[in-house]
Design a protein around this ligand. Structure first.
Ligand SMILES: O=C(O)c1cc(=O)[nH]c(=O)n1[C@@H]1O[C@H](COP(=O)(O)O)[C@@H](O)[C@H]1O
Length: 230
């Protein structure tokens, strides 16, 4: 069975748990994602641990956001780990995004547009006027012009972003919840089937899989449902 285009967010408190989740889900998904919790605790070794024997693609989600020189250095430091994807915040601006792209030539740089945990009223409070769609599209275009070949946005904006940037850019959507699942701290959400139908290339899914009694079975069920829908 072809693995589904899902990156399972391994937001675990310890390495053993993360490696166990990775082993359980990798037959069913293309990618696993290491984020700040694991990386700040264990550092670079975590990548090899979750990659394991399967050699699954590892997405390193550090959401870098600093001046270009600092982001270039940080990107260079992690590029040698050969993650398939590395995230930076689009709001860091074009020079910062370009610095990451140039410092990690073998890794796809994904620019995070507007966090899926922000509601439209949160956006107003941090000074971003107008609907989320507008800000996401603006940041998407700026990021692609700066050399990013992947973008992170919510499933709600993915079709608008696709229309803006075309087919060559990888669109990654967190904020994914199977029908009836609790959105938790996510504000702009959709189902996996909807996200894929609207043009997402890779769905980031964490707790709906990792908090399930059997993460392997939960990943398999979502993968099967995507196959049925496509
Ligand atoms: O860059 C990300 O992956 C990301 C961007 C974003 O806007 N929203 C978002 O939730 N994420 C990540 O996606 C994952 C979502 O996890 P769940 O909410 O448990 O499915 C977490 O690891 C987040 O860090």
């Amino acid at each position: 069975m072809t693995p589904a285009p899902i990156a399972v967010a391994l937001d675990a408190p310890d390495l053993e748990t993360a490696a166990r989740w990775a082993a359980l889900v990798t037959p069913h998904v293309t990618t696993v994602k290491v984020g700040l919790e694991l990386y700040l605790r264990y550092g670079p070794d975590v990548i090899a641990s979750v990659r394991g024997a399967s050699g699954v693609a590892v997405f390193l989600d550090l959401k870098l956001h600093d001046i270009p020189n600092t982001v270039a250095g940080a990107s260079r430091a992690v590029a040698r780990l050969r993650p398939s994807i590395l995230t930076v915040h689009a709001a860091g601006g074009p020079a910062m995004i370009r610095a990451a792209v140039e410092a990690a030539p073998h890794t796809q740089i994904a620019a995070v547009t507007i966090l899926t945990s922000l509601s439209e009223s949160d956006l107003g409070r941090i000074g971003i006027a107008g609907p989320a769609d507008d800000a996401v599209r603006r940041l998407a275009v700026l990021s692609v012009e700066a050399g990013a070949t992947a973008l992170v946005c919510s499933p709600n904006e993915v079709s608008a972003v696709r229309a803006e940037v075309g087919d060559g850019i990888t669109l990654i959507t967190p904020g994914v919840r199977p029908k009836g699942a609790d959105a938790q701290d996510q504000m702009r959400v959709a189902t996996p089937e909807q996200a894929l139908a609207d043009g997402a290339d890779l769905l980031v899914i964490g707790r709906p899989i990792t908090a399930a009694p059997d993460p392997g079975a939960a990943a398999a069920a979502i993968a099967a449902s995507l196959r049925r829908a496509s």
